[in-house]
Design a protein around this ligand. Structure first.
Ligand code: ADP
Ligand code: ZN
Length: 206
């Protein structure tokens, strides 16, 4: 099963992607994670991506599509994958249809008012775990690996507003794109807890 996860920044795509991948034996592919790893290693891709990410804009399609195309050529994706953060506009969606066959698009629906609060309170660990300050009780270490938690550089109010605008203009049209292909499944309860959202996701995926 090949899944595309749609949802605004802060909708919980990453959190759900990890769980879906585990339960259904799929590979989790996050373009955001790939870019952040490249920025950390200061690769040519990282150098290009950084300015776009800091501005809340999309990294150019040629770069992004090529990364995903190469990733999907690896053997480990044969059992299926969850794409988290790709495609993010219609060009990427058309491109993806040339080299992949998507079975289902899960759209996690969350009120915009909540997104800002969620992202600005987000703390992450280098192991991939993600938390919200409201449940950390002042702790700053990862419950999974003991690593030090930090805020992502693009999780500041200014960049978040730009990311939300980018989502509304460029990514939201993908909901109709996958709807027209009869692949769309909408998770209506995106504002609920991760466990509740995951239960709904499993209900939709069967
Ligand atoms: P979020 O969904 O919370 O915004 P991501 O980790 O998915 O976080 O993405 C972070 C940033 O990485 C985006 O704001 C964008 O700049 C860049 N990015 C991620 N995926 C793509 C993509 N498919 N196309 C272009 N840019 C991307
Ligand atoms: Zn950790």
């Amino acid at each position: 099963m090949n899944i595309v996860l749609l949802g605004a920044p802060g909708a919980g795509k990453g959190t759900q992607a990890v769980r879906i991948a585990e339960k259904y034996g799929l590979v989790h592919i996050s373009t955001g994670d790939i870019f952040r790893a490249n920025i950390k290693d200061n690769t040519p891709i990282g150098q290009v991506a950084k300015s776009y990410i800091d501005a809340g804009k999309l990294v150019p399609d040629e770069v992004t599509c090529e990364i995903v195309r190469q990733r999907l050529e690896k053997k480990d994706v044969s059992a299926g994958y969850v794409l988290d953060g790709f495609p993010r506009n219609l060009i990427q969606a058309h491109e993806l249809d040339k080299f992949a066959s998507i079975d289902v698009c899960l759209d996690i629906d969350v009120d915009e008012a909540l997104l800002l609060e969620r992202i600005c309170g987000r703390r992450v660990c280098s192991c991939g775990a993600s938390y919200h300050i409201s449940t950390l009780n002042g702790k700053d270490t990862c419950a999974k690996c003991g690593g030090k938690l930090y805020a992502r550089e693009d999780d500041n109010p200014e960049t978040v507003k730009a990311r939300l605008a980018t989502y509304n203009i460029q990514t939201a049209p993908l909901i109709s794109y996958y709807g027209a292909q009869n692949k769309l499944k909408t998770v209506m309860c995106g504002t609920k807890t991760p466990d509740e959202v995951f239960a709904a996701v499993c209900g939709l995926l069967g």
